[in-house]
Design a protein around this ligand. Structure first.
Ligand code: GAP
Length: 506
């Protein structure tokens, strides 16, 4: 199935089963804004909890905060967002479509990379076991020519981006003869900078109103509270502050469902360290975050690190953890060594000292910061797209099953009386009443049992528990496992430990 088709199917499935709806749908929607439905909100909450436990509970030197979305406008001046948080945009005069100019070039580079990969696959088939990939990549003339082409494009793109050379970027697009994906035309406007922050007014009287911004990252709420937390929590460096919250960006190209949204959520952690020790902690957090992803049971081959060649204005090292989404490998999480850029800037703009007194060194300094920043919605999409499975069964029928990691599944168990009579619903409700305080359970008595199984498969429920006439005599139920569809008869009092084991499996 083509990758685009898979994404379309996931979007349709997410809507049909109450995971994600287009915002304001009855008014024809709002571009790049989405609402989470009854199953989506459970999955989202479970991801948040899984991250929070791993970052805050499992690290004694990390605590959390929940800062406001509105912040003093000078914060965004100090952080560099007012001056530098912009993307170069370009319009196609024929289709009237707007693009990020650097993304047009990045997409062009991705196409060349895909050509190289195709060459490798072809050669792999041709040479079989004797194939030496490294040697092939180092010697094949077509691969070498493509690599050289990529290098020369990067050598023009990155300096042009660094130096805000908008004419240079346009010239590159023209020289590469990049066409608009919609109209196919090469009739481009000039490249212009577009600031991504949303702004609004605070204050009721227009003459007194202040322009403020909706935060484009949650990190600044951590930076400006770092001394409050350090002092009140008696934290000693190295220590971290974590936060989950909404962020807003007026993205130029908002596409690919919940991958790039204008309102989204981030799960960020700033780790405050001694100056000079940041690289050690940067490597530590790269490894630690990779472990977190793998603990969800998704194969390692779905992830890769991408080290940044072009660094953000605040970083001295940065890497993305990329995930293989239906549209290819894309950024899921960023790990950044942010130096002392933010704290120093806030110290300067606020006029308040933001130094930490290190009792072991007997000196004061502005700490360096290593940040881990993961998009909650992107994690949601990664989980959803990996989980989506179409299966042909032995009897010739088909099912769609969401193989969501059990710890994240919206519903952990469905309690299903076989019939709506003979005391079976009452017995099923009894089970529901004992399990529902520990796990999110769903009681369902409508439709034939097979259809109810399919509905639970489609939302990723790890266990279906069926109550039948025999249950009334022996207090045993049938428990059906989602992925294998295997069924087992077990005593009711073992249900809790079975579900628990499955959820805590990783
Ligand atoms: N504080 C650092 C920071 O915000 P970023 O790379 O711009 O860094 C971090 O964003 C993460 O936030 C990304 O890896 C991505 O998962 C998520 N993210 C960024 N922009 C997004 C958008 N428009 N829609 C959804 N998620 C987004």
């Amino acid at each position: 199935m083509a990758n685009e088709d898979i994404l379309k199917k996931i979007i349709a499935h997410a809507k049909e089963y109450g995971f994600v709806f287009q915002s304001s749908e009855i008014y024809d929607g709002l571009s790049a804004v989405y609402d989470y439905g009854q199953n989506g909100v459970e999955l989202k909450n479970n991801i948040k909890e899984y991250w929070w436990k791993a970052m805050v509970r499992h690290h004694e030197n990390i605590v959390g905060v929940d800062a406001a979305i509105f912040m003093h406008p000078t914060i965004w001046k100090a952080s560099g967002h007012v001056d530098a948080f912009s993307d170069p945009m370009i319009d196609n005069k024929d289709s009237k479509k707007r693009y990020r100019a650097d993304v047009l070039v990045e997409d062009y580079l991705a196409k060349i990379e895909a050509k190289i990969e195709k060459e490798v696959t072809k050669a792999e088939k041709r040479f079989g076991d004797a194939f030496d990939k490294e040697q092939f990549l180092a010697t094949n003339p077509r691969v070498l020519a493509n690599k050289e082409k990529m290098e020369s494009i990067k050598n023009r793109l990155y300096p042009a981006m660094d130096e805000d050379d908008l004419e240079g970027i346009k010239k590159l697009i023209e020289d590469l003869e990049i066409a608009c994906p919609v109209s196919g035309s090469k009739n481009w406007t000039d490249v212009r900078q577009f600031n991504l922050m949303f702004s609004t007014q605070m204050g009721s009287l227009s003459e007194e109103a202040n322009q403020i911004y909706l935060r484009p990252e949650t990190a600044q709420g951590i930076f400006v509270n770092y001394l409050n937390v350090q002092k009140t929590g008696r934290m000693k460096i190295p220590f971290g502050i974590a936060q989950i919250g909404k962020a807003f960006r007026n993205e130029i190209v908002a596409r690919q469902f919940i991958f790039r949204m204008r309102e989204f959520e981030q799960m960020e952690m700033q780790f405050f360290v001694r100056p000079g020790e940041e690289m050690k902690w940067y490597e530590f957090w790269k490894e630690e975050r990779k472990k977190w992803h793998l603990s969800l049971g998704i194969p390692e081959s779905k992830y890769r690190f991408h080290d940044h060649e072009k660094l953000a204005h605040y970083a001295n090292a940065a890497a993305d953890i990329e995930f293989e989404f239906p549209m290819g490998f894309k950024e899921l999480e960023g790990i950044h060594s942010r130096t002392d850029f933010d704290l120093k800037a806030h110290q300067e703009y606020s006029g308040k000292k933001l130094q930490y007194f290190d009792p072991e060194l007997n000196e004061s300094y502005v700490p360096y910061v290593v940040e881990t920043s993961i998009g909650l919605d992107r994690t949601f999409l990664a989980i959803l797209s990996h989980a989506y499975t179409e299966e042909k069964l032995e009897d010739g029928s088909e099912r769609i099953v969401m193989k969501i990691p059990p710890v994240l599944a919206p519903i952990k168990a469905a309690i299903l009386p076989l019939l709506k009579k003979d005391g079976l619903p009452e017995k099923a409700r009894e089970i529901m009443d004992t399990l529902k305080y520990d796990y999110n359970c769903q009681y369902e008595e409508k439709d034939a049992i097979g259809r109810r199984y399919r509905r639970q498969d489609a939302i990723g429920t790890p266990y279906c528990i069926t109550v039948d006439h025999q249950t009334l005599e022996d207090n045993m139920v049938t428990i059906r496992e989602r992925d294998t569809m295997s069924q087992e008869r077990i005593p009711i009092d073992q249900l809790s430990s079975i579900i628990d084991k499955k959820i805590k499996g990783n």
